[in-house]
Design a protein. Structure first.
Length: 283
């Protein structure tokens, strides 16, 4: 389908060039009719442009009006003034609808390609398992991984804790500092989080709008507290370093952790909701 739309779009573009070349050659052949041909050429282009931005129905109605008006004018010249019907008359009666048809063909193919591209973009976004700004695993990947880890925890009695963290007053910070500094802050927090956990633990970017990180820890709730304290101490060090160099704003984190329990958190989404609930107690 995509290949057919591309061929139709290319074909319409090529036909438009050919039609323009033929029309220019016809317009330039007789200097005495140059002004009249230029007027009809502008009318043909105007109808084609209107068709491009509206629908083929509008283009057909305008072509019918043009054919009716130009036909009436030709009959008047023939009957009243005694002029002979020449190729001049037939040419514009034929070429004006041709311009409209070519424009519609090109427009339809381009719209189909755009719709297919939008569909593929949405499909790719729904299937993507990596956050494009941080290269961290995203919410979709979290749900897939957590389902496996929850089953392992149930079977082998492995403690599993989800630690969720985000930046306090993030939306206020967005209004005060530049996008480059925000991206640097996200990168720094990601780095601190990655270096504060063990190799077998996992780090995820759960949301992007208000960046929320999820740390899946193979430990109990007390072990999660150790990780939280480690992250806080490194954030203090980073704030001191950044404040003394180029950035004069301070980042403060909110953190909450909830240990996996098959009865209280039967699904990954329920587990995230319980962990986020713990953020409310970190003031």
């Amino acid at each position: 389908m995509r290949r057919n739309s591309s061929l139709i779009s290319d074909g319409g573009f090529l036909l438009l060039f050919i039609a323009c070349f033929v029309t220019i050659m016809f317009t330039a052949r007789d200097p005495n009719l140059y002004l009249q041909n230029i007027i009809f050429l502008n009318v043909a282009f105007l109808i084609a442009i209107i068709t491009y931005f509206t629908t083929i129905t509008t283009g057909l109605i305008l072509n019918i009006l043009f054919v009716f008006g130009y036909g009436t004018f030709t009959i008047y010249q023939t009957v009243v003034q005694g002029d002979v019907v020449t190729a001049q008359s037939y040419f514009w009666l034929f070429m004006t609808p041709v311009f409209t048809a070519i424009t519609w063909m090109f427009t339809q193919a381009s719209k189909q390609l755009q719709e297919q591209n939008d569909m593929l973009t949405k499909k790719n976004a729904s299937l993507a398992t990596m956050d494009e700004s941080t290269n961290l695993k995203n919410m979709l990947s979290f749900q897939k991984d957590t389902t496996v880890f929850m089953a392992l925890s149930d079977r082998y009695k492995i403690p599993l804790t989800l630690l969720v963290l985000n930046v306090k007053y993030w939306h206020e910070l967005r209004r005060m500092i530049g996008e480059e500094q925000l991206n640097a802050a996200v990168y720094n927090i990601t780095t601190i989080s990655q270096t504060s956990i063990r190799a077998n633990d996992s780090l995820y970017m759960l949301t992007q709008d208000n960046p929320t990180w999820g740390l899946l820890l193979f430990t109990d709730r007390d072990g999660a507290d150790i990780v939280m304290n480690r992250i806080r101490s490194r954030m203090i060090e980073m704030n001191e370093t950044e404040r003394s160099s180029r950035n004069r704003f301070e980042l403060n984190l909110r953190m909450g952790a909830f240990e996996y329990n098959a009865e209280e958190t039967p699904t990954p989404l329920e587990w995230i909701a319980r962990a986020r609930k713990e953020l409310e107690y970190d003031v």
